[in-house]
Design a binder for this molecule. Structure first.
Ligand code: SAM
Ligand code: SF4
Ligand code: F3S
Length: 468
């Protein structure tokens, strides 16, 4: 039985006295001036979204934000565990804070997120990084005021990583980074247990926010003028599964699409086993939903897909792409792929290359398999030498680069709707629905607005265009 904990408004209100305590603590220290927080986020958009809500709590505690740890009173690293490299980066960057803590012992350094949700990592940090004052897991982020008050007022270190299948919290305001782009989490956790992946262990079981709460948040964002809204979830298209309200992901998209406003709707990440015909039909029918789909396939080999526990075959994946292209003309695809999964052979890898050629992705996020402690794949025999995996990886990225360049060439001469995002040098960068960037001349006075762009060139993986 899953133990999802729905945090009631009353329970969240219990943080108020702690918010006041932290506020008073820093007001006394700074003679009433605002304390500064530095929040650094590793990993995926889910972590970015979590950080936005923790910043919301910090703002309630009176914090302002700084871009450097040097002048911060509170330093928070929101960590990622998805690959070894992600963890190594965090260890390196946290280690570099030791000197800062020596210089300014009053600084509170805290670590949270997926990496520290793993017991062995939390233990290592507690033992080897004594200058880290607070370590807390993914299921207690809403209790940040209480945790901070405990460390600050009692002058003791604290590790808070309760075992839990996950929480659902409403009512924490987000301090968002993106000017006209916003992330809206719609579900959390993952039940898929792909054999290589740590996420289900550190993020808990799948749970969906109530549809009304999501719709209300999107209505507010649209009213505030946000132009680009991304619905987030580890398995976003399984939204609503097992919930009594009966709103599935396509239905949620239809309801969001009906909200008034000039914005586009993106969503990530989708799982092929939950990508239904109803979903593609819905994209076709909803004018605000972007004609771009991020659909990780991970491997083109049925043998490897089975060992990964992905729940689909390459044929089923290719059928989905074909159906989508039939009902949503012009739809573009991006994907995630792993090379060097334990026992993957050259023939398997060639199946992956073949799938990449058949689909013609706009771009790919490519990874070399990284064993994650506690996952089934980490215990599988893995005889392929690292050098061979690296060679495959290079071969695959070279193929994708050629395909991406060809695709960009095909866009030359077409017209697309694009959002003017930012000025870089003499140009303005505009984002196309498929996430590619096109550089246009002019338009600096219309940043944050949609325009029609004619693509005029493609060189060195950069599109150029002109505003119509
Ligand atoms: N839930 C999403 C999905 O199912 O595709 C995203 C999961 S993860 C945050 C993003 C990507 O990291 C995965 O799609 C996968 O390609 C990659 N990944 C996850 N675990 C990995 C591992 N142990 N080694 C290498 N890549 C991994
Ligand atoms: Fe990880 Fe698989 Fe879940 Fe994605 S679907 S988060 S890859 S277990
Ligand atoms: Fe990393 Fe956690 Fe996201 S492991 S990729 S931050 S869900």
């Amino acid at each position: 039985m899953s133990q999802i904990h729905v945090v009631s408004p009353e329970e969240l209100a219990k943080q108020h006295p702690y918010i006041e305590k932290v506020r008073a603590f820093y007001a006394a220290r700074h003679n009433g001036g605002a304390p500064l927080a530095y929040v650094r986020t590793y990993g995926c958009q889910q972590n970015v979204s979590d950080s936005e809500r923790m910043k919301g709590l910090l703002a309630q505690m009176g914090f302002e934000f700084t871009e450097t740890p040097d002048d911060a009173d509170f330093i928070l690293y929101n960590t990622c565990a998805v690959r070894e490299h992600a963890e190594d980066r965090v260890f390196g960057n946290v280690g570099a804070l030791k000197a800062l803590k020596r210089r300014r012992p009053e600084v509170l350094i805290a670590l949270c997120g997926c990496m520290v949700q793993q017991e062995h990592i939390a233990e290592k940090i507690y033992k080897s990084y004594p200058f880290v004052g607070l370590v807390f897991g993914t299921h207690v982020q809403h209790r940040l005021p209480e945790l901070m008050a405990s460390v600050l007022l009692r002058q003791r270190r604290l590790v808070e990583i309760p075992a839990c299948d996950g929480v659902l919290v409403e009512g924490i305001p987000a301090v968002r980074d993106g000017g006209f782009k916003a992330f809206v989490p719609i579900m959390y956790g993952c039940n898929n247990f792909c054999t290589y992946c740590i996420v289900p262990y550190v993020r808990g079981r799948e749970r969906s926010r109530p549809p009304e709460a999501i719709l209300e948040e999107v209505r507010e964002l649209a009213a505030q003028g946000y132009k680009d809204i991304t619905l987030l979830g580890q398995n976003v298209n399984s939204y609503g599964k097992g919930e009594a309200h009966g709103v599935n992901f396509p239905e949620l998209l239809r309801r969001i699409n009906a909200i008034e406003g000039d914005f586009i709707i993106r969503f990530m990440t989708s799982h092929p086993k939950d990508a239904t015909k109803e979903l593609f039909d819905t994209i076709a029918a909803c004018e605000k939903v972007t004609r771009h789909f991020h659909l990780p396939f991970q491997s083109g080999s049925n043998r490897v897909l089975k060992a990964m526990n992905r729940g689909y075959t390459r044929e089923q994946y290719l059928d989905l792409i074909a159906y989508a292209r039939k009902v949503v003309p012009g739809i573009s695809f991006t994907s995630d792929v792993i090379v060097g999964f334990p026992s993957e052979q050259r023939e398997d890898f060639e199946q992956t290359l073949d799938l990449i050629r058949q689909v013609g992705f706009a771009s790919l996020f490519t990874f070399i398999f990284s064993p994650r402690e506690g996952t089934p794949a980490a215990a599988m025999p893995d005889p392929i030498p690292a050098a061979e995996k690296t060679a495959w990886f290079t071969e695959m990225t070279a193929l994708q680069e050629t395909l991406s360049a060809q695709r960009l060439q095909q866009l030359v001469g077409t017209e697309c709707r694009a959002l003017l995002e930012q000025q870089t040098g003499d140009c303005v960068e505009a984002r196309l629905p498929d996430n590619s960037i096109v550089r246009v001349n002019g338009g600096a006075d219309r940043i944050g607005q949609y325009v029609t762009v004619r693509i005029t060139g493609a060189r060195n993986y950069v599109l150029t265009g002109e505003i119509k």
